[in-house]
Design a protein around this ligand. Structure first.
Ligand SMILES: Cc1cc2nc3c(=O)[nH]c(=O)nc-3n(C[C@H](O)[C@H](O)[C@H](O)COP(=O)(O)O)c2cc1C
Length: 190
């Protein structure tokens, strides 16, 4: 099972990096699987730490993919790191073992601290739709135009029916990114 989270890391010089990332739980370990090249990968390998943020603010997922990475942060409790102020909960991780791979290394981490901050309010279909659209946007260069169009059409139903202002804003950023990608494709010589 994969859980979609926001991972916060720091470089050895302290620069913060925020990236949406799918996390696997394997027995008592958490496994991150960043595709190469990845700042998250470099930061975890060089510092040995990461924070997994569990958040229902889908603007952070959509924002990170559309150049909006400036989200309020606060220091982690037990490791040298930071967490999102907006997190419903967060886990502080220490790297135990890195399994190298030419494409997608796996970072096996021990959870040294887990803290809840606010309650989970239930599933929201627009939030799920924004996550799916964010994944589409992260793969725009790989996907055919027809697939993107068909998926956006389907996902927009949940947004129209169930979104709040945050979900609408996040959806708007993603649709803008798709429009920019389309315009660039149209400009390319055939
Ligand atoms: C919901 C969601 C889950 C993602 N999961 C992963 C993942 O598991 N591994 C990965 O490399 N990128 C994943 N991505 C894409 C990254 O967030 C994005 O490419 C990011 O820039 C990773 O590279 P970085 O560590 O250099 O920032 C995901 C994106 C979304 C929206």
């Amino acid at each position: 099972m994969i859980f979609e989270t926001i991972v916060t890391t720091r470089s050895p010089s302290g620069a913060v990096h925020i990236a949406p990332m799918g996390i696997r739980e394997e027995r008592d370990l958490l496994v991150l699987a960043p595709f190469k090249p990845s700042t998250t990968l470099e930061n975890v390998l060089s510092t040995g730490y990461a924070v997994v943020n569990y958040s229902d603010d889908v603007r952070i997922f959509a924002g990170c993919l559309t150049g909006r990475r400036d989200w309020p942060l606060t220091p982690a409790d037990r490791i040298p790191g930071v967490r999102l102020v907006a997190a419903l909960a967060h886990a502080e991780l220490q790297l135990l073992h890195a399994e190298d791979d030419p494409l997608r290394p796996r970072l096996h981490c021990r959870r040294v601290h887990l803290q809840n901050h606010r309650p989970f309010r239930g599933f929201n279909r627009a939030q799920a739709a924004v996550l799916e659209a964010a994944i589409l946007v992260s793969r725009l260069h790989l996907l055919p135009r027809e697939k993107i169009e068909a998926e956006v059409k389907y996902l927009s139903i949940a947004v129209e029916k169930t979104a709040g202002p945050a979900e609408r804003e996040a959806w708007g950023w993603l649709m803008e990114a798709i429009a920019v990608h389309d315009a660039r494709q149209a400009e390319r010589p055939v």
